[in-house]
Each structure stands twice: as structure tokens, then as C-alpha cells.
Design a protein around this ligand. Structure first.
Ligand code: ADP
Ligand code: 5SP
Length: 497
């Protein structure tokens, strides 16, 4: 039997899955690392932690599975998007990575808009959002000029990891699309944007396709992990592109919901012509020449993780979510908005923060938990609604990520979205997507679609319940009003953060 390895460099942890040519997961392992949040709105990580965690996770799947090194033919990567990793001439990391959920760059976003006007949307297909890479690059240039002057190249999180494993610097198109420096349709760095914003285009790394073979692992990494030095390495892609591959979002009107640290509703696009006017992100897919549109909730799984750590640290996620089975929609009149880190879709807003609305002396931990889960799901419904308003049907949604582990939440998604929700045999969509890129790269299959037929297996389907759907429609309309009602209050509170 032969194997491939998929690595997903998430925000909360790195996941490694070892998959055989029948598509079975033979072993999986994760290693967590912390977020560094020195100020409100700041979110960083130490890239060295990613490498340490990955080596640990890979070593663990190799020893747990007992698979001989030479049987692992290839590996590939999925990674949290947009995070800025600056490297000097010796390829040393210059500062902590500034992550996708860091919102310190509002001023830089306004500059980008002023300088580029309509050209920004025409070229990059996206608006200037704090989470994207270009505003981070400009922030470092402005606030840490001595560090910026040392930068020889910038990469994204999984590109840095790949570099440390292979010694090769590259960035794939699906991740480059989230930098705001890529001409998304033409699939090349935009010289116009670089020049207009005073970014030397030499800092942009070489571009590759997600499926491209970029080398083999170094002898040292082979020794540290138990892999063979002949293991072929394929570029991989943005976690949402890989999640889409791992969820089989490879054609037609297929839609995915991913609840990791962020939350994403993503829909396949056959060509680059769709025009959402910047209301959702529009990026290159990991499947060659395809695209996808997606809406993003900044703090989806993160809201639940924050809630657990703050109010029920001793309670495991499964126990915490158990009351979802016996409390009713609306959590007895308690409503939560998940704006812990600001928001992206539909409110691109770094100032807004979350709220609990309607607290009552009768509310217990279970009601608060339910309100948090419902609030996250309403936020994702706002993205579903944008896709529907553009003419998409969105009748079936494949759900992946940590949030897809809980069946009560999957049923709640079906009821809130008013769509069938499909759970797969593994919720590790992005890691599975990376493994699929490696499987196709190794020549096991002619295409990702062919690979998907073998590798992707629905485990269970959740149908919306008509009565609950009606109740959720009413609750959702209240949720939608909380943003405007709390926006001015957050504006006044911002200086106290
Ligand atoms: N058993 C569970 N049930 C429901 N949600 C869970 C469970 N375990 C983890 N989660 C949620 O999944 C999130 C992590 O998902 P994951 O896909 O690993 O994120 P990332 O890729 O960002 O590291 C956590 O923040 C938490 O909210
Ligand atoms: O910023 C985005 C997408 O634009 C996020 O989706 C990140 O890519 C992080 O993903 P997770 O760690 O939540 O999977």
C-alpha cells in the first residue's frame, strides 16, 4: 500500500493526516501553539512554533501508523491564509508573523483604497481588509522601518513551513490571492499595485500552482520525522482552498461551511468572471484555473474556544455542547454576536466587538453556550444569504473543521441555513485536501475530481426541521439588527480597550 501526507497549518494547531491510496486515514496527529495578543486587535504567532509542531505531528503519525518511510510517496500543505512572514537575506524570520485575524491595519487599508481606487477591485477582485497581507506589509514599513529594510522576501505561514522542510521558497496562487498583491485573473504579481504602494516587487516570492512539485524534504527533516528524504513535496494551498478540495467543492454549485478558528462559507466558481463587488472574498482555487467566493466570520470557532476558556475551562467541548440537545432555539431570549476580533463579512469592521443581548437571571451556562453557537451560525448565514442573493441555490452544504465534530451543531447549521448539511467521515477537510493534492501530484489520479470520488465519503446528512427553521428565521432577523445597534456603543468603548 502507498501513502501521502497532508499537513494543515491551522491557527489553533497543526494537523497531520496520513492517507493511503484507498483514501483511508491511517493515522492523524495534532500539535497546538498559542496566539500572541499583546494589544487589542493584535494577533501574532512565532513561525518556529509551527515548524516544531509539524515535526512533532509528522513524527507521531509515522510512529503511530508503523508505515515504512519509503511508502509515503508525497506530502502537501494547507495553511491559515494572509499571515505575513518576513524573511531576511539569510532566510531568517525578522519578526513574529502577523496573522489573518490581526486588525491593526485600518489606516493602511484606507491608504490602499485612496491610492488604488477602483483598480484594487479590478486587479485583486477583493477590497482592502485588515486581515490581508499587503496592509500588514505597509504597517511594518511604517511602524518598524528598520525591520522592513531587512526584508528580502515575504511568505505566508504554510510557505514558511514548506521552506523549512525543503529549503525552497515559493507561494501558490490560492494563497497569493489573499495578499492583495496578486492579479487574480492573470495569475501574476501586480507590478501596478507594488509600484503604487511603494513595495519593491522583489519581496514577492516565485508563484507556483498548488499541484506543482516543489522539491523533496531535507535529510535533516527526514531524520527528525521518520520520513524518507525522497518524499516528494507539492506546493499545497490556502486552508480554505484545500478545505474546499477536501470537501469535494470542485464544480457546480457545491458549497462548504468551515468552522475552524474562523468561519467560512465558500462556493465554487468555474471562471474568474463572477462579480460580487467585493461583498465576499474572491480567490483562486487550489484546482487549476478555478476560483471560489467566500464570506468569513473572523471569530467562529474562536468565539466558542474563548467562551470555554473564560467561563468553563474544565469542561470539554463535547460536554459543553451537550445542552444543545435539550435547550430550544433562541436560548430563552439570549443572543450573541461573535465580533470578538471585529468582523469581515458582511461588516468589514475592526472596531465592532461582540455582545450578549437579553441576559436574564434564569440563564445558565447551557443557554450561554447555545447563544454562542447560534450567534456564530447566524454570522455564517449572512454569508449564505449573500451567495443566495447573487443567484446561487445553496441547498446542500458540506461542513468541515473543528465545529463539524458536534452533531447538535450540524443540525443547528441545517436549521439556521435552511439547507441540507453533510458531514464527512473526517472533519479534517484542509489536511485531506492537502493529501489529495499530493495524491494527484504523485500520479495516483488524473484529477482532483477523480481523487475526490475515492477519498471523500459522506458520513451523515442533516435535514432542516421546518418548525425550527421558522423560529431561527425570526431570531436571525433580530441578530441582523444587533450590529447597527451596538456599532456606536463600540465606537465609544474602543479607547478603553
Ligand atoms: N468537539 C467539538 N465540538 C464542537 N466544536 C469543536 C470541538 N472541538 C473543537 N471545536 C471547535 O473547533 C475549533 C478549532 O477548529 P480547527 O478546525 O482545529 O481550527 P484551526 O484550523 O483554526 O486550527 C475550536 O476553536 C472550537 O471552537
Ligand atoms: O482569513 C481567513 C480566510 O480569509 C481564515 O479562514 C484563515 O485562513 C484561518 O483559517 P482557520 O485557522 O480558521 O482555518
Amino acid at each position: 500500500m502507498k501513502y501521502v501526507l497532508g499537513i494543515d497549518l491551522g491557527t489553533s494547531s497543526v494537523k497531520a493526516v496520513l492517507v493511503n491510496d484507498a483514501g483511508d486515514v491511517s493515522a492523524e496527529a495534532t500539535a497546538a501553539y498559542p496566539l500572541i495578543q499583546e494589544e487589542s486587535g493584535y494577533s501574532e504567532q512565532d513561525p518556529d512554533e509551527w515548524v516544531k509542531g509539524t515535526l512533532l505531528a509528522v513524527r507521531s503519525v509515522m510512529s503511530e501508523s508503523g508505515v515504512a518511510a519509503e511508502r509515503v510517496e508525497g506530502m502537501s500543505f494547507s495553511g491559515q491564509m494572509h499571515g505575513l512572514v518576513l524573511l531576511d537575506r539569510d532566510r531568517k524570520v525578522i519578526r513574529n508573523a502577523i496573522l489573518w485575524n490581526d486588525t491593526r491595519t485600518t489606516a493602511q487599508c484606507r491608504t490602499i483604497e485612496q491610492v488604488l481606487g477602483d483598480r484594487l477591485l479590478t486587479i485583486t477582485r477583493n477590497p482592502a481588509l485588515e486581515g490581508f497581507t499587503l496592509p500588514k506589509l505597509l504597517w511594518v514599513k511604517e511602524h518598524e522601518p528598520e525591520l522592513y529594510a531587512r526584508a528580502d522576501v515575504f511568505v505566508l505561514p504554510k510557505d514558511y513551513l514548506r521552506y523549512r522542510l525543503t529549503g525552497q521558497i515559493a507561494m501558490d496562487l490560492s494563497d497569493a490571492a489573499g495578499t492583495l498583491l496578486l492579479d487574480v485573473g492573470a495569475k501574476r504579481w501586480s507590478a501596478e499595485i507594488c509600484e503604487a504602494l511603494g513595495v519593491d516587487s522583489a519581496v514577492c516570492p516565485p508563484l507556483v500552482e498548488s499541484s506543482d512539485e516543489v522539491g523533496t524534504i531535507t535529510a535533516q527533516v527526514a531524520e527528525q520525522t521518520g520520513l524518507s528524504p525522497a518524499t516528494k513535496v507539492f506546493a499545497g494551498g490556502a486552508d480554505n482552498a484545500c478545505g474546499a478540495i477536501g470537501a469535494g467543492i470542485l464544480g457546480g454549485e457545491a458549497t462548504m461551511c468551515s468552522i475552524g478558528t474562523s468561519g467560512v462559507v465558500l462556493s465554487y466558481e468555474t471562471d474568474g468572471s463572477a462579480d460580487y463587488g467585493g461583498r465576499v472574498h474572491f480567490f483562486n482555487h487550489g484546482q487549476k484555473d478555478a476560483f471560489y467566493a467566500m464570506g468569513v466570520t473572523l471569530a467562529a470557532g474562536y468565539s466558542l474556544q474563548w467562551f470555554r476558556e473564560t467561563f468553563a475551562p474544565a469542561v470539554a467541548f463535547d460536554s459543553l455542547l451537550a445542552p444543545l440537545g435539550d435547550t430550544s432555539p433562541g436560548a430563552k431570549g439570549l443572543l450573541f454576536t461573535p465580533y470578538l476580533a471585529g468582523e469581515r463579512t458582511p461588516h468589514a469592521d475592526a472596531v465592532i466587538r461582540g455582545s450578549f443581548v437579553g441576559m436574564d437571571g434564569a440563564h445558565e451556562l447551557g443557554h450561554f453556550t447555545r447563544a454562542v453557537v447560534e450567534g456564530i451560525t447566524y454570522s455564517l448565514r449572512e454569508s449564505v444569504d449573500i451567495l443566495r442573493a447573487s443567484g446561487k441555490r445553496v441547498s446542500s452544504i458540506t461542513s468541515i473543521g473543528g465545529g463539524a465534530k458536534n452533531e447538535h451543531w450540524l443540525q443547528l447549521q441545517a436549521d439556521v441555513f435552511g439547507a441540507e448539511v453533510v458531514k464527512l467521515t473526517t472533519e479534517q477537510g484542509p489536511a485531506m485536501g492537502a493529501a489529495m493534492l499530493a495524491a494527484v501530484g504523485c500520479g495516483w489520479f488524473g484529477s482532483l475530481a477523480e481523487c475526490a470520488e475515492r477519498f471523500i465519503r459522506p458520513a451523515k446528512t442533516f435535514q432542516p426541521n421546518a418548525e425550527r427553521q421558522k423560529q431561527y428565521d425570526e431570531l436571525y432577523s433580530v441578530y441582523c439588527d444587533v450590529y447597527a445597534a451596538t456599532r456606536p456603543l463600540n465606537e465609544r468603548l474602543a479607547k478603553f480597550r
